[in-house]
Write a protein that binds this ligand. Structure first.
Ligand code: PGA
Length: 257
């Protein structure tokens, strides 16, 4: 099992490489299902796709998307909802048919049922072709916090204080940050045919060092990538500054871009 690590100079290169991976999939396959992420890291990738659409008119008519997560209690008009984020950064600028855009509904009356039907919708599409991921400072992927079973499916989570604190920068106060969210599970993510995890900046250096040296463990949800047959990490030099490349396990193949 090899994990590919692409070491880039800067955030712009991460965004360009990730954008190109997504575009080449869309160009090469008739029907594509993407798993998408929110957070600040993917914004550059989304800008790259939006620019490409303006320049080259790439069509997204055959693209279906599933977002990783959504806050419980925020509707799509709330500026901090992930639906709003995705509309603003990506969906309003592309031509993905509305019925092919999936984001967990954090306003659903029956949240358990919402989780089940989200899993079902992913299955009905034949699974995710490419899952884009960011990584939290504690190693979370989606809202799967440390300790989440690798076998987990789409579920409701209580957010850790660490995550609420990290996300409070987008709200006027921490009290406004929801306490619960819906997230696809670690197993759901793992079943994607390809996974691309992106990380940028010095604040991610400690967790990237841990991720690249740790054995797969539920204490570090992103470490599931080490068990995946087709996973890539694309990170810039700031995010990788704590990594001792000479001591990396030989299952990690490093490429410099
Ligand atoms: P970030 O968030 O891209 O804003 O750093 C990543 C995450 O928490 O998954």
């Amino acid at each position: 099992m090899h994990l590919k690590l692409i070491h880039t100079n800067d955030y712009e290169t991460i965004s360009q490489l990730t954008g190109e991976i997504i575009l080449s999939l869309i160009r090469s396959k008739e029907k594509v299902t993407l798993g998408l992420a929110t957070g600040s890291t993917p914004i550059g990738t989304y800008q790259y796709l939006v620019e490409d659409r303006k320049k080259n008119g790439t069509s997204y008519q055959n693209v279906t998307t599933f977002n990783l997560d959504e806050y419980v209690g925020l509707d799509g008009n709330h500026p901090q909802s992930y639906r709003y984020f995705m509309d603003h950064h990506l969906f309003h600028h592309l031509d993905i048919p509305t019925e092919k855009i999936f984001i967990p509904n954090g306003m659903a009356d029956d949240l358990e049922e919402e989780c089940k039907s989200y899993e079902k919708a992913i299955r009905e599409q034949g699974g995710i072709d490419l899952q884009l991921l960011g990584i939290g400072h504690n190693g979370h992927i989606g809202f799967n916090e440390p300790g989440t079973p690798f076998s987990s499916r789409t579920h409701v989570v209580k957010l850790t204080e660490n995550t609420r604190q990290a996300n409070s920068r987008f709200f006027s106060s921490i009290d406004e940050v929801p306490s619960y969210a819906i997230t696809v599970g670690v197993q759901t993510i793992f079943e994607s045919k390809q996974i691309v995890l992106i990380a940028s900046g010095e604040s991610k250096a400690p967790i990237m060092e841990k991720l690249l040296t740790a054995k797969p463990t539920e204490e570090l949800p992103a470490s599931i990538l080490k068990n995946h047959p087709n996973a890539i990490i694309i990170a810039d030099k700031e995010a990788l500054k704590n990594v001792n490349f000479k001591q990396l396990d030989e299952s990690i193949v490093v490429e410099y871009k």
